[in-house]
Unconditional design. Structure first.
Length: 608
């Protein structure tokens, strides 16, 4: 079983010698890298970053757009900026900026904090675009960026922002950022982010406001600073049709603005939306286009509109952050427990005389074979339902009920093993009823918040034992005390994992494509923090693990929440010292234990 790796991995990972390996240079296995990091004393979930995957995605975007420009003889330039909102973590951003230098890859900011990041780390001459609502301070920061020498465009979301730019320009130092106008299209995207576009979208100027903005710029003598129009029809655009429709609308607006006096206007910014494929199943593939088709359609349509309208072909900007960031990060988390492992033959407490249905269950378990496996499955479940009713009525006791649960579970496990080579809908139905719960040492709310918030699926698979057919229909439980912290078994898109004895061996799951949004949206539910992380640089001869950042300690997260950590320590110490149950030696030991707990992270520790 390959867990759909040929669908979602974009050739970044492959299976070899029963392990998941990275498809780059020396091709190390994920499980080997994980165990080496754990050998350094790091426990809990680990986020692995792969810089070569950042470079691959950036290179693919520039390569495909350059190819499209040549094919259609397009004279406008191609430019890309990375929206910092997608992932602002330093070990990602610093690698991205370093890798992007040769492409002149820029940054996009949507807040004052992000703009300051861009002003600090952006490469010289690479573009900066500024989106989102802005007050006078944020607009002033845009002027300061220009005064520092940055190539910056401030996109106007409303006429009040334009008034502030005109006002602030009178008091600055003769360097003004380029102005972009965000246009409100009638066209919209598709799916849950469709509301980013359309006439009722949150951002952008209507046609009437565009004309008014043009008059304001002309009256202020700043029409030449109007360089860009910008639109965004939504994240994760799964179908190409809505984008093509939006491009035609935006292209015609561009041409009209040029014709009514926007002589300096030379760029169209498409925003983000370039989709990646998260699905592990062929019948659930969401994206219906390739990057090549995306680039060709953008270039061809803008070329065609410009030619027909007799205007200069615009420079093209895109802000596709998900496409750049998602694949670079893999979350690795160990399995802590399988919840049916208490159902073993050794736990049976059969009596000298058992209720007839319990005795029949035992005979089913003892004699089950491949020929009658499915029939015995049905019989065992029917017996269990009858016995549970008898328990409710008081006719059997708790030992009988325990024996029932154990025997039915053992029968199901044995039947599934006997029928494991069959793709039976009935078998799937049975497995849906008796799915195995895998307790995983991570928090869905911290590391996969989009799963909890918008039902976004992520590829999941074990890191090794991939030469064995997995037989356990799996649901995944995280370690939070919240019933929503579960990836439930889905009979239509099932996840199967291996039987494992976690006392004797470690079993790791990999969660892929988690590099976009998941880190920055992660919640401190139960005060679980961002997992430990490491950057892995792969060479022809091996790999280097660097930039290890351990998960925040409990005391650090308390301080982030504005607790007085000094008060906490003093209060805990005082309560221990004042305890009448403890000797002086015990007090010293407990004080030491409390110190260690406070300075460690909150994830669970495994036996191995």
């Amino acid at each position: 079983m390959n867990y759909g790796i040929d669908i979602w991995s974009n050739d970044n990972f492959f299976i070899d010698n029963k392990k998941v390996k990275i498809n780059y240079k020396s091709s190390p296995s994920l499980v080997k890298i994980t165990k080496e990091i754990r050998d350094r004393g790091i426990r809990g979930p680990i986020l692995l970053r792969f810089p070569h995957l950042i470079e691959k995605q950036i290179n693919l975007i520039y390569k495909n757009f350059e190819s499209a420009r040549k094919e259609f003889d397009y004279h406008g330039s191609f430019n890309a900026v990375y929206p910092l909102k997608v992932n602002q973590y330093p070990n990602f951003v610093k690698n991205l900026v370093k890798i992007g230098k040769k492409f002149n890859y820029g940054l996009e900011a949507g807040s004052k904090a992000e703009l300051l990041l861009a002003m600090t780390y952006n490469n010289e001459n690479s573009p900066i675009t500024v989106n989102g609502f802005k007050d006078e301070e944020m607009i002033s920061l845009g002027f300061i960026a220009c005064e520092m020498g940055h190539n910056i465009t401030v996109t106007i979301e409303g006429l009040s922002e334009l008034k502030n730019i005109i006002k602030i320009n009178k008091d600055r130092f003769n360097c003004m950022p380029s102005i972009g106008l965000r246009i409100r299209l009638h066209s919209s995207g598709i799916g849950i982010w469709a509301k980013s576009g359309g006439i009722n979208s949150k951002f952008g100027l209507t046609s009437t406001e565009l004309i008014e903005a043009m008059e304001m710029l002309k009256n202020a003598g700043l029409i030449d600073k109007f360089k860009m129009i910008h639109f965004h029809i939504g994240s994760q655009i799964s179908e190409i049709g809505p984008l093509k429709k939006a491009l035609r609308e935006a292209g015609n607006i561009y041409a009209q603005l040029k014709k009514i006096g926007a002589d300096g206007l030379n760029s169209i910014n498409l925003g983000g939306g370039l989709a990646i494929e998260y699905s592990q199943h062929t019948d659930d593939i969401k994206r219906n286009y390739t990057l090549r088709e995306y680039a060709n359609d953008v270039v061809y349509l803008l070329k065609d509109i410009s030619t027909n309208k007799g205007v200069k072909e615009p420079d093209i900007y895109i802000e596709s952050g998900r496409y750049i960031a998602a694949s670079h990060a893999v979350l690795i988390a160990p399995v802590l427990e399988l919840f049916s492992q208490e159902y073993t033959q050794e736990k049976l407490k059969l009596k000298e005389e058992n209720p007839p249905l319990v005795q029949e269950l035992y005979e089913l378990y003892r004699t089950i074979n491949r020929e009658y496996a499915q029939e015995y499955l049905h019989d065992s479940i029917d017996h269990m339902n009858s016995l549970l009713t008898l328990f409710d009525l008081g006719y059997i006791d708790l030992i009988d009920r325990s024996n029932t649960e154990i025997l039915v579970n053992l029968i199901i496990k044995k039947a599934i093993m006997l029928l494991r080579d069959l793709d039976s809908k009935e078998l799937l139905r049975i497995q849906d009823m008796i799915q195995e719960r895998y307790l995983i040492n991570f928090s869905i709310f911290q590391s996969l918040p989009d799963f909890w918030g918008i039902a976004q699926s992520f590829p999941v698979m074990p890191l090794d034992r991939l030469d064995e057919k997995p037989t356990r229909s799996a649901s995944i439980w995280d370690i939070t005390c919240d019933s929503d912290g579960e990836i439930s078994y889905n009979r239509e898109q099932p996840l199967f994992l291996h039987e494992v004895d976690v006392v004797k061996e470690e079993y790791f799951l990999g969660f892929f494509l988690v590099g976009a949004y998941q880190e920055v949206l992660g919640m401190k539910h139960n005060l679980f923090t961002h997992p430990s992380e490491a950057t892995v640089a792969i060479s022809d001869d091996g790999y280097e693990i660097k930039d290890i950042v351990e998960a925040q300690s409990i005391i650090d997260i308390m301080e982030d929440l504005d607790y007085d950590v000094k008060e906490m320590r003093e209060t805990l110490n005082a309560k221990i010292q004042n305890s009448s149950f403890l000797s002086e030696e015990a007090k010293k030991q407990i004080l030491g234990e409390i110190y260690l707990f406070l300075n460690d992270n909150g994830y669970l520790k495994t036996i191995n």
